[in-house]
Structures are given as structure tokens and as C-alpha cells.
Design a protein around this ligand. Structure first.
Ligand code: FRU
Length: 496
């Protein structure tokens, strides 16, 4: 057995031991947001449809619910919702990737011309207090067992501290984008290859002028509906953590020319997204439903670590572009999980009034509403989720989603959500439709995801309330609200 096989075996036997506890005792298990069997999970990696299955890899630490020596966990699915865990795919084992404060960092997957599955990742080690990052490759015949390439690294460390390779094929060439930095300004760098093994520098296709952050993580570059989109995660940029740039990738001049920019998700918990094209031609994005400590609202990693797990994915979204504006639409497969449909006809709430809503069990549910902007006089329409009047002698619990039609903002207040969460975060509403506002909310055990503005605005947040917090209210402030339609569903638990 070689070093990598030994490291995988050790990791997998720990998973086998700890997963039973999480399955049996973890009360905050998600119902349909993918989470690890046990231990720690962050970024989605290596998303691909290979040999008839969707594959999802992820940053994984099997030995405890905290970040440390990164492995790649692995799961497969037929529908992007129900997942089967597979054995740990990659473990730190070599001089270029074996480090307690490093390991197998994020990356991507492609099917090679020989039909094999190729994974690309950043091998990260710390030596003399210096972070050394190189790009590495691993290969598999069956999509389950992976061998590290004998000539790793395929790209040696550079002064730009590059990481998170995303690889794609275009006009007889393989391209790889990596994020990096120079003088505390983020940059995206492209490499090119004929055979996936030998890579050469292609160009620095976009650099931050200072307004786009200190270092870029997890860059993604793809085409949708005739436009190119680059997604970057800029570090140390205050409230902006995951930005998109719509534009044109000019391969001839080796530059990306942006024409519009915005945030992929404005919430507290959406980071390191990765996308892939599925067999139906859809561009689908997954992201890690959490954040790192350089983000201003960061406050640890929630309360699930007590249950021996930490981290989940956001729901998969299909990306479309309309009028140069990306839309992030929950994949339509999610509707197969709906149950217990309720339809409120001509839903109306009086001035400064409050109405209780029924939606599934009030914890795992979906709300889809269309607010009439022409018939609504309220200054704010407020969705109060996960409410309970008195939790074991403590204060009231609620999470507020506030649509303020005067200041044109969407805000999420989680100061009263639980004993752990804090903060209010806001973003601008665009009112892409002048007459009505779409409001689509997904709730899971510890997640709330809000979509509005025709899916151009998304806002994801984790909260950790007790099980008894399950009332939902809609309130108005400063006037009445009129909905053209108002529907709710419960959401069934998937298998993983
Ligand atoms: C993003 C990130 C990546 C890195 C990985 C390490 O969340 O910081 O840049 O590859 O996580 O786990």
C-alpha cells in the first residue's frame, strides 16, 4: 500500500466510526442541504457529470468538526438532491500536499480525452512560515479510486500564491484559471495545456485595481446565454465576498473584459461557489453555506460542531443571464421534494398587521409569493421566520427578512435568531419588474435562502434556533400589503 492509500484508509475508517453518531444524534442535521457524514466540510470541488452520475467533491476534514489538513470528500447523485457518500477521494500524503495547516485545497474535475476522470487541486504546505501552493492532478478509471499523478506538481509554486484550479476545454486546448495576488491585489491567471499534464502560462486575464479585494479565491469562468461570467471570492473586501463579473473572455488578447458586476449572493453564508455544465446543458452552481473570519459579520461556525459535524452546501442553482444580469434560480428538481401544498388566494395584510402562515412543519419548507407593488402601500413587508414566543425563559426568537420598499433594500436580521447568531445585513433591491416583486424562500434545519428580484438577488444565511421555533408570520409596517399569489410547501427529507 502506498502513502496515499494508507492516508485514505485511515481517513475512511474514522468516517465509518463517526458517521453513526451524526446520523443518530445530530438534531440540526439538514434535510436537503448536502452536509458531510461527519467532521468538517467547506468548498464544493470537482463538480462533474461522469459515467451517468453527478459527482460532488468537497473540502473535508474527517477527524473533527473544524478546519484542518484538507482532504476531498466525495458523493454521487442522480438528481443533485439525493446523494450517496463514496469513500474519501484524496488525502494529504506527499511532500507537496501533506500538512496539518494545508493539504488538498480546492479544485475541479474534467473528463479527459481517454475517458478517465481527472481532478485538479492545490497542494498546500507551510514551510518556514511560508505558504507554498502548487497545482496538482489525480486520475481515476472508475470515478471512485484516485491516484495522484507521479509528476506532481503540474504547476510549481509562483510568487502570486496561486490556488483553486478550475479546468475546462475549449477549441482543442485545456485551460485552467487560478486565483492569486500581487502586492495585496487579487488577480486571475490562466494556464493552457494540450494534454492536461504539461501546462504553460497563458496570461493574467484580470487584476484588482484595489477595488476588487486583496486576494482572489476560487475563481470560476464560464459562458451562459452568450455571455462570459467570471466569479471570484475576493478576500478582505468588507461585505463583498463572492462577486460576479459579466463580460467577454478575449482569448486572442488574453484578457477578460467586464461589462457589469455584482454579488452572486448578498447573505452572510455563501462562499467559494463552483459551477459546471450538466448533461441538460444547464450551468449549475454549488457553494459552501458559510464564511471565513475575514468577513465582518463572522462569528465562528455555528453550533453544529457539538454534534460532530460542521458545514453544508447551499441549494444548487441554475445560472441564466437576462439583460446582462445573472439570475440564480434554485434547480427545478427541488420541486420534487414539495409536499403539503397551500395556496392563499389574494393574500392581503392590513396596515401594520401580522398574519400567521402555514408552511410544512415551519422549519423545512418553501414560500413562493408575488407582492403587488401597485397595490401595496406598506413601507416594509416583513417575513418573520423560526419564531417562538418564549424559549426556556429566554427572549423571543425570530429571524426577520425585511423588504423595505422605501429604502429599496432587502435586510436579514438574525440578532434574535438563536443564542449564537448576530448581525443585520442588507442589499439593494433592483425592482426589475416595476409592478411586482417575486419572493422565494427556502428553509432547512439551519439555513434560510431568499431569492427575489426575478432571481437576480439571492441572500443565504445560517441560523441555529431550537426545534420549537417554527412559527412564520408576515407583517406590514407603515401600510398594507397585497400579494398576487402566495403559496407554501413542506419540503421532504432527501437521502444522504
Ligand atoms: C475557500 C478556500 C480556498 C482553499 C480552501 C481551503 O473557502 O480558502 O481558497 O482552497 O478554502 O480549504
Amino acid at each position: 500500500m502506498n502513502r496515499h492509500e494508507q492516508a485514505l484508509l485511515k481517513a475512511q475508517s474514522t468516517v465509518e466510526k463517526n458517521k453513526k453518531f451524526v446520523k443518530r444524534y445530530a438534531k440540526k442535521r439538514q434535510w436537503y442541504h448536502f452536509m458531510p457524514e461527519c467532521g468538517w466540510m467547506n468548498d464544493p470541488n470537482g463538480l462533474i457529470y461522469y459515467k451517468g452520475k453527478y459527482h460532488l467533491f468537497y473540502q473535508f476534514y474527517p477527524y473533527g468538526p473544524y478546519w484542518s489538513a484538507m482532504h476531498w470528500g466525495h458523493a454521487i447523485s442522480d438528481d443533485l438532491l439525493n446523494w450517496e457518500y463514496l469513500p474519501v477521494a484524496l488525502a494529504p500524503s506527499e511532500p507537496y500536499d501533506d500538512c496539518q495547516k494545508g493539504g488538498i485545497f480546492s479544485g475541479s474535475a474534467v473528463t479527459g480525452k481517454d475517458g478517465r476522470l481527472y481532478l485538479f487541486y492545490t497542494g498546500t504546505v507551510i514551510s518556514d512560515d511560508k505558504v507554498i501552493k502548487s497545482q496538482c492532478m489525480a486520475v481515476s478509471e472508475d470515478g471512485i479510486n484516485f491516484t495522484k499523478y507521479q509528476n506532481n506538481p503540474i504547476i510549481n509554486p509562483t510568487m502570486f500564491v496561486e490556488s483553486d484550479p478550475k479546468v475546462w476545454y475549449k477549441e482543442n486546448k485545456w485551460y485552467m484559471i487560478v486565483g492569486g495576488e500581487e502586492n495585496h491585489k487579487g488577480r486571475a491567471i490562466l494556464y493552457v495545456s494540450d494534454d492536461l499534464e504539461k501546462w504553460s502560462y497563458f496570461g493574467t486575464i484580470l487584476k484588482s485595481d484595489g477595488s476588487l479585494g486583496a486576494m482572489w479565491e476560487c475563481p470560476d469562468l464560464f459562458s451562459v446565454d452568450g455571455s462570459d461570467i467570471m466569479v471570484i471570492c475576493p478576500m478582505h473586501l468588507g461585505e463583498q465576498k463572492c462577486s460576479y463579473l459579466v463580460g467577454n473572455m478575449d482569448y486572442k488578447n488574453r484578457v477578460f473584459i467586464p461589462s457589469a458586476k455584482g454579488e452572486v449572493d448578498y447573505g452572510f453564508d455563501y462562499y467559494a461557489p463552483q459551477s459546471f455544465e450538466d448533461p441538460k446543458g444547464r450551468r449549475i452552481q454549488f457553494a459552501w453555506a458559510n464564511a471565513w473570519d475575514w468577513m465582518p459579520w463572522w462569528k465562528g461556525f455555528g453550533t453544529t460542531a457539538q454534534e460532530k459535524w460542521c458545514g453544508a452546501m447551499n441549494i444548487p442553482r441554475e445560472i441564466r443571464i437576462k439583460n446582462n444580469i445573472p439570475r440564480f434560480i434554485p434547480i427545478k428538481e427541488l420541486s420534487s421534494l414539495r409536499e403539503n401544498h397551500r395556496y392563499y388566494d389574494k393574500f392581503y395584510i392590513d396596515k401594520d398587521a401580522k398574519t400567521k402562515i402555514n408552511a410544512g412543519d415551519g422549519i423545512h419548507c418553501e414560500i413562493l409569493a408575488t407582492l403587488s407593488l401597485t397595490d401595496t402601500s406598506a413601507e416594509s413587508v416583513i417575513f418573520k421566520l423560526r419564531c417562538a414566543d418564549d424559549v426556556q425563559g429566554k427572549n423571543n426568537r425570530f429571524t426577520k427578512i425585511i423588504f423595505n420598499l422605501c429604502s429599496k433594500t432587502l435586510s436579514v436580521d438574525r440578532n434574535y435568531s438563536d443564542d449564537w447568531s448576530t448581525g443585520i445585513k442588507s442589499c439593494k433591491l433592483r425592482f426589475l419588474d416595476k409592478d411586482k416583486l417575486l419572493i422565494h424562500i427556502f428553509m432547512d434545519t439551519v439555513s434560510v435562502e431568499v431569492f427575489t428580484d426575478d432571481y437576480a438577488t439571492a441572500f443565504s444565511t445560517n441560523i441555529y434556533p431550537e426545534e420549537i421555533c417554527k412559527d412564520i408570520y408576515v407583517e406590514t409596517d407603515g401600510g398594507s400589503a397585497s400579494f398576487l399569489s402566495f403559496e407554501t410547501w413542506g419540503i421532504k427529507q432527501v437521502s444522504f
